[in-house]
Design a binder for this molecule. Structure first.
Ligand code: AMP
Length: 309
């Protein structure tokens, strides 16, 4: 099938207890597209960069079957730049710098050739831009998924709630789920959030795995115990890209297949954190990924006979 990703393609500078980078390639759209490329060979991206963005990275995306027709390059302008510093727990981080640059007036233009796309992943952007993309598609995709963050809950909650009404799946972390729902139980939060619009909800719990909710069904994916976590930046986007890439490549949106997609996303995210930025994702092979998926399967697999009486 085909997958359209809308998201930031950007520069990041990251500081963790293990080291520090200068400007490296980042952006939610970049992580999503690279992760999805392990499964989906028919991808499209809608994004904006400045003329400072390296052609080599665009070539890398193109070599991974990502159609760049909808990537706007603004001459004389700078790409989005984000900088963050992780605390010692490697879970929480402070944003040090956000320079919107080209993202400030981003108008997500959908090329004619993108119409009819079957899967849509809305990376973390203003809820207004995310909604505009859905409105600009002539045909409703098979599945529309979105990511968001606390920032939009703080400054644009009404807008965010409107966007939630037009998506099928929301992918957020536990802290964001608690803020959006106003309750601390994730089971309760999942009901409250799904009443806001999305029929499906994924709550990521960092190193503790992820939960998928639909109707009365819940699936709990484990977190792979990793010996070294180097840089968590982009893990959430990588998860979303792996999830959507897998779904799109199979074309199957049943709950059973979504469980497999959660494992696909989790396996890719577990690689992402092992090096700075997108480095590890661009190094691994399909074999590495298959091996990691197998580890997840073994981790969660057990047999049990219940004897009553
Ligand atoms: P994650 O670690 O999954 O939350 O994603 C981090 C990525 O999101 C980084 O590569 C940033 O460039 C990008 N990012 C951070 N803040 C924003 C924002 N306000 N809008 C769009 N992308 C962002």
């Amino acid at each position: 099938m085909s997958l359209l990703t809308v998201g930031s393609v950007a520069f990041d500078a990251i500081e963790t207890p293990f080291g520090k980078t200068d400007k490296i390639i980042g952006g939610a759209g970049t992580y999503i597209a690279i992760a999805a490329s392990f499964f989906e060979k028919n991808q499209k991206i809608c994004a904006v960069v400045g003329d400072d963005f390296p052609q080599s990275m665009l070539d890398l995306l193109a070599s991974r079957h990502v159609d760049l027709t909808g990537l706007q390059i603004k001459q004389g302008e700078k790409s989005f730049f984000w900088s963050g510093k992780y605390h010692n727990d490697m879970n929480s981080r402070d944003t040090l710098v956000t320079e919107l640059n080209v993202l400030e007036h981003f108008d997500p233009i959908i090329p004619e050739s993108y119409q009819g796309v079957e899967f849509l992943m809305l990376g973390n952007l203003t809820p207004q831009v995310q909604r505009t993309v859905v409105e600009r598609l002539n045909e409703r995709p098979k599945l529309v998924a979105m990511d968001t963050m606390n920032f939009w809950m703080d400054i644009a909650l009404d807008d965010l709630k409107q966007t939630l009404k037009v998506v099928d799946l929301l992918i957020i972390n536990d802290e964001e789920a608690r803020q959006l729902s106003g309750v601390s139980s994730l089971a309760k939060a999942s009901k409250i959030i799904r009443e806001m619009g999305p029929k499906y909800l994924i709550i990521k719990k960092g190193e503790h795995g992820a939960l998928l909710f639909h109707g009365d069904n819940v699936f709990c994916a484990p977190g792979l115990p990793l010996e070294e976590v180097f840089d968590p930046t982009g893990a959430g986007d990588t998860f979303a890209g792996g999830f959507m890439g897998y779904l799109s490549s199979t074309g199957d949106v049943s709950f059973g297949n979504m469980k497999r997609a959660v494992i696909a996303g989790s396996a890719l995210a577990s690689f992402c954190v092992e090096k700075f930025g997108t480095e590890k994702l661009t190094e691994i092979t399909q074999n590495d990924l298959e091996g990691r998926i197998q580890q997840f399967v073994s981790l969660a697999n057990f047999e049990m006979t219940i004897q009553v009486g």
